[in-house]
Design a protein around this ligand. Structure first.
Ligand code: 6R9
Length: 646
């Protein structure tokens, strides 16, 4: 079985790697035994500080209170740009590849500096001050990274909203963070299709009175609606601004950004990250997990709208003075060879992507891969969802020609950076396992009663002590932060994931144990989708569960109960799908809608999702106990009319 196979660290990789096995073990031990000294050294090594901290760490998961490097001062954009200018001014910071293979751009560190300073000055002119929230709703162009860095330069807190989100989702996020300015583009382009970002913004802003300014980057030159006293062209905003902008000295614990992510209940939460600890974690993990070296060409295929884009397209690589590749398009446009063409064209050495992309590319066969040389590649990575051993092996054997280690990196929006992953010069690999914890990370497995499991075991994955990149709060709702992450297991951070630990101490993440779905690596809450469905006047109730999906990892299965007297129809199904697209995003569209005369509920009225999940997965022999249901007969109807997703 592929799963049983172990891939030792290639000998020639060890020679040049930053960390070998003995060093990993020694550093890991020290990071837990003497965290104050360990983190102080790392903070000195990876970041430039305007003022040294008074205290390395101060945390208590019971309150919860989390602080790192308090009293320290630094500026993120200065760390990501200015300090590289003397040595790397002409080095490419952002290497951009357009959706159209004929389009490409390079921004050197010097050019990035000018772009960021000018925009930062432009934002200041528009009244943005330290602590103000700025929403960034951009396509994958260098200006998206410039916008993030410009915010950090003046101490504004950015909230990047993925360009695939709908106007309603954008509106909710702008309102929740009370953003005063939005940076967007006329349109985005992905896979040859345009995305109407400005039109979406206009719609969202009908209900966002707090937004005073919309900065519009011209990507396609499309004809767009214009509000003279609100909208300003990106090019006009920066036209007369100074090429220098003094960075704000920010406290280590000052907020850096908010990023919304789905949980098991309610609306998406604004995950808040702060300045010093986050940047240190992003920079350090980028250096060690990707074994980053000065001459690497590093490509993370994520979108900046997700945390992976924040930490591993923008902040980690730029803090390390790397060349970070940013790709506007999709893996299969114009054809399934696109990623490998990009690898060859730009001599990419490190390639970091999601299992869903790997599975899609694997389905296209080996030819599109073999058509390209890929000889520059030396390291591969994955993130976002569990990778099945077949996809892992294909990735390793075909994409990496069996030469490149694959780092499977487990982490979350909440963790800020990588938590469990191999260090490629130190860790033998097992396909499907994220392997061992990063420095300072203390994972543990818990049973349902809150007892810690030892040795080989399966349970709920928690982290027992704080790490610098940990989120600090849910924006505007600290109570929710406490309840979501620190109430299930006293004194521990609960990840929401299940995991197994094998005899070698390796972790195998099995997926979410809560009502969070992972659709092609995108996190969605079942509750959000249900709330969208019940907005329809014909819908009385809806229950959404995930089911195993070959390509997407998970698909979305919705059970919908109509109001009395309403008729089911195909057009109603379409209307419901449309509603979800409008409320959230096309990525949240149900794959299956089953009409349910009733939902299986306990006598206290709780929907028994366990049963719905089994029916959706077509696992009827393991339905479990249905005797506690208020009306067991509804299950028979659901089984009889179940839909087998193709
Ligand atoms: C970085 C990111 C977090 C959830 C997480 C887990 C899943 C991420 C994984 C993985 C197995 C991996 N996940 N990486 N599962 N192996 N290497 O994806 O953040 O969007 O917040 O999702 O993704 O379920 O809890 P986010």
């Amino acid at each position: 079985m592929a799963e049983k196979q172990t891939y030792p660290v290639p000998a020639d990789f060890v020679r040049n790697a930053h960390i070998d096995r003995a060093t990993y073990q020694a550093m890991y031990r020290r990071s837990l035994e003497n965290p104050e000294d360990f983190w102080a050294e790392q903070a000195d090594r990876f970041l430039d500080w305007r003022r040294r901290w008074d205290r390395v760490m101060d945390w208590d998961f019971n309150e919860p209170r989390i602080r790192w490097f308090e009293g320290g001062e630094l500026n993120v954009s200065e760390n990501c740009i200015d300090r590289h200018l003397t040595q790397r001014g002409d080095k490419t910071a952002i290497l951009w590849e357009g959706d159209d293979p004929a389009e490409s751009r390079r921004l050197s560190y010097r050019e990035l500096h000018e772009a960021v300073c000018r925009l930062a000055n432009g934002l200041r002119q528009r009244g943005v001050r330290r602590g103000d929230r700025v929403c960034i709703y951009m396509p994958m162009v260098p200006e998206a990274a410039v916008a993030m860095l410009a915010c950090t330069r003046i101490g504004a807190i950015h909230s990047v909203v993925f360009g695939g989100f709908s106007p309603h989702a954008l509106r909710d996020r702008i309102l929740d963070a009370d953003c005063k300015l939005v940076i967007t583009a006329d349109e985005g382009i992905r896979g040859g299709k345009t995305v109407p970002l400005k039109a979406n913004t206009d719609k969202a802003l009908r209900e966002c009175p707090g937004v005073e300014t919309v900065v519009v980057y011209q990507r396609t030159g499309a004809d767009i609606h214009w509000e003279n006293d609100r909208d300003v062209r990106y090019a006009d905003l920066i036209a007369d601004t100074d090429r220098e902008c003094e960075p704000e000295a920010m406290g280590a614990e000052d907020p850096l950004f908010i990023l919304y992510t789905s949980g098991s209940t309610g609306k998406p939460k604004g995950v808040l990250h702060t300045t010093g600890g986050y940047l240190l974690h992003a920079a350090m993990t980028h250096h060690y997990v990707f074994d980053y070296h000065e001459d690497d060409i590093y490509w993370c295929t994520a979108d900046v709208g997700w945390v992976t884009g924040h930490s591993y397209i923008v902040y980690g690589p730029l803090a390390n003075g790397a060349t970070t590749l940013m790709f506007e398009g999709v893996p299969n446009y114009p054809d399934a060879s696109r990623h490998w063409q990009i690898v060859d064209r730009h001599r990419v050495t490190i390639y970091y992507t999601a299992p869903t992309a790997i599975r899609a590319l694997m389905r296209a066969g080996d030819d599109p891969v073999r058509q390209c040389s890929r000889s520059s590649l030396r390291l591969l990575g994955t993130v976002g969802e569990p990778i099945n051993p077949e996809a892992w092996s294909w990735y390793h054997r075909v994409v990496g020609d069996g030469r490149c280690p694959v780092v499977d990196t487990w982490w979350q929006t909440e963790t800020g950076g990588i938590m469990i992953a191999p260090l490629p010069g130190a860790t033998d690999l097992k396909p499907g396992s994220a392997t061992l914890p990063f420095f300072g990370v203390q994972p543990a497995l818990m049973d349902a009663d809150g007892r810690e499991l030892e040795g080989e075991a399966s349970g709920n994955l928690v982290i027992k002590s704080s790490w610098p990149g940990q989120m600090r709060t849910v924006y505007g709702d600290h109570q929710r932060f406490a309840e979501t992450y620190f109430s299930a297991y006293k004194g521990c951070y609960f990840s929401g994931d299940g995991a197994r630990r094998d005899a070698d101490g390796y972790y195998w993440i099995t997926g979410r144990v809560d009502d969070v779905l992972n659709i092609s690596g995108h996190r969605l809450g079942t509750a959000e989708i249900e709330s969208a469905l019940v907005l329809h006047p014909d819908v009385a109730e809806a229950a959404v569960v995930g089911f195993p999906h070959d390509m997407k990892g998970q698909g979305i299965y919705a059970y919908v109960t109509l109001m009395a007297g309403r008729e089911t129809s195909e057009s109603l199904k379409e209307a419901l799908i449309q509603l979800v697209r409008e409320e959230i995003s096309p990525i949240a569209s149900p794959d299956v809608i089953q009409w349910a005369p009733g939902l299986p509920k306990t006598r206290s009225g709780k929907i028994m999702r366990r049963i719905l999940r089994k029916i959706a997965a077509d696992e009827l022999d393991s339905l479990g106990d249905t005797s506690t249901l208020a009306d067991p007969s509804v299950v028979d109807d659901l089984i009889e009319n179940r839909i087998r997703p193709e």
